[in-house]
Design a protein around this ligand. Structure first.
Ligand SMILES: NC(=O)c1ccc[n+]([C@@H]2O[C@H](COP(=O)([O-])OP(=O)(O)OC[C@H]3O[C@@H](n4cnc5c(N)ncnc54)[C@H](O)[C@@H]3O)[C@@H](O)[C@H]2O)c1
Length: 355
């Protein structure tokens, strides 16, 4: 078992275990897992296979457990779903002494965390992330929220979990498409902070080294979040590739491309090319990122034009009145924030096709 403590305003522990971490009694009273899966053709209810032992362990430890199940997928990540959650919590009579558990992927964690942030003006919550993306990224750091029609994650709150339990074994049931999705975020960590991780991903198979990869990513996120809990500065580095990526997700109505595919895959290549074009990024960086993404079956281009993507980027919540903070690389493992105005943004990304 490995433990990482995140020293935020209210410190919390992350436990990474190789066996089912939920079998230990913890004081909690409600579980809110995402249940249905996006791939209906496989007819497996994988997340429930994680939920059942959690609920059983809690009930056998005499905790009262109530469960809310909601549709999986980004299309669910909207205010109406969170409103359903808080109504459910109110009907169940949850008090501030109770606990909410987010058992699922990043969509579940973001929404359950947000519901926990606003119900009774704040109730404790635990993250049990079950996708690679959620294990390496979204379950740590306290960003919670939902999408609005105007853009992704436009409505939310900072609410740190009181505990994160990571069991890499649950990834065995994760469909490849979502594993690859999470690899987008893993590659991002290599790009922004660790040339060593990037090289490991180039040389080895991620599945063979998944424990050390998850640990490395979570620890990098810990450092960034500890320095800048509310994203006033350094934490924005974690958004490398996300500005263009969120724009692409929006252009596809959050349905055709998944978060990692869009944000971390195509967006990172676009940002690296933009940096190379401006003479700020070591030449060859974008090609190296694209090759690594392709190794993990992630696409590196989108069918929308660059102009359409830049238009959509301008709705990003992180933009200011004059421009936005673009995350660029000097080279693999070395990132920086470049404040650009909107005309410069368009010039840097160029026109024409997205390639
Ligand atoms: N809060 C943050 O800091 C942060 C960071 C990065 C991404 N995010 C958010 O995370 C979301 C994406 O998360 P995601 O990629 O985990 O997607 P997801 O939550 O939609 O999960 C993907 C699919 O996998 C299924 N699933 C989950 N665990 C499984 C398992 N063990 N076995 C089989 N199937 C399983 C889910 O039911 C779902 O169908 C986006 O909304 C993104 O904005 C948040």
């Amino acid at each position: 078992m490995q433990k990482i403590t995140v020293h935020t305003g209210r410190p919390y522990d992350i436990f990474s275990l190789t066996t089912a971490c939920w079998s230990k009694p913890v004081t909690w009273c409600v579980v809110c897992p995402a249940a249905k899966r996006i791939c209906p053709d496989q007819r497996q209810q994988c997340v429930p296979s994680v939920r059942r032992p959690v609920v059983q362990a809690l009930e056998s430890a005499d905790f009262q457990v109530c469960t809310l199940v909601f549709d999986a997928g980004e299309a669910s990540k909207k205010p109406e779903t969170v409103l359903n959650m808080v109504n459910y919590m109110a009907r169940e009579g949850l008090t501030r002494g109770d606990l909410v558990v987010a058992l699922g992927g990043g969509v579940c964690g973001d929404m359950v965390g947000f519901a926990a942030a606003i119900y009774l003006r704040g109730i404790d919550f635990v993250q049990i992330p079950t996708t690679l993306l959620a294990q390496v990224d979204s379950s740590v750091g306290g960003k919670t929220g939902v999408d609005l029609p105007m853009g992704k994650n436009l409505c939310g709150a900072f609410q740190q979990p009181i505990l994160v339990l990571i069991d890499p074994q649950v990834l065995r049931t994760l469909p490849d498409v979502f594993f690859c999705d999470g690899m987008g975020e893993v590659i991002k960590y290599g790009c922004i902070r660790s040339a060593e991780l990037f090289a490991l991903l180039e040389q080895a198979s991620a599945k063979d080294r998944i424990h050390e990869i998850i640990y490395a990513c979570v620890d990098m996120k810990r450092v960034v979040v500890e320095h800048d809990e509310k994203e006033a500065g350094e934490r924005a580095l974690l958004n490398f590739g996300h500005t263009a990526g969120h724009a692409i997700e929006k252009l596809w109505n959050y349905q055709t491309v998944t978060h990692g595919y869009a944000a971390v895959g195509i967006g990172m290549v676009l940002a690296a090319r933009a940096g190379e074009g401006a003479g700020l990024t070591e030449p060859g960086t974008a090609d190296r990122i694209a090759a690594l993404l392709q190794k993990y079956n992630l696409p590196v281009a989108d069918t929308h034009s660059i102009d359409a993507i830049v238009d959509a980027m301008q709705a990003d919540k992180k933009r200011t009145a004059d421009g936005m903070k673009l995350v660029l690389l000097r080279k693999i493992g070395d990132s920086f924030i470049d404040p650009v105005d909107l005309p410069t943004l368009r010039t840097m990304f160029g026109g024409g096709a997205c390639k």
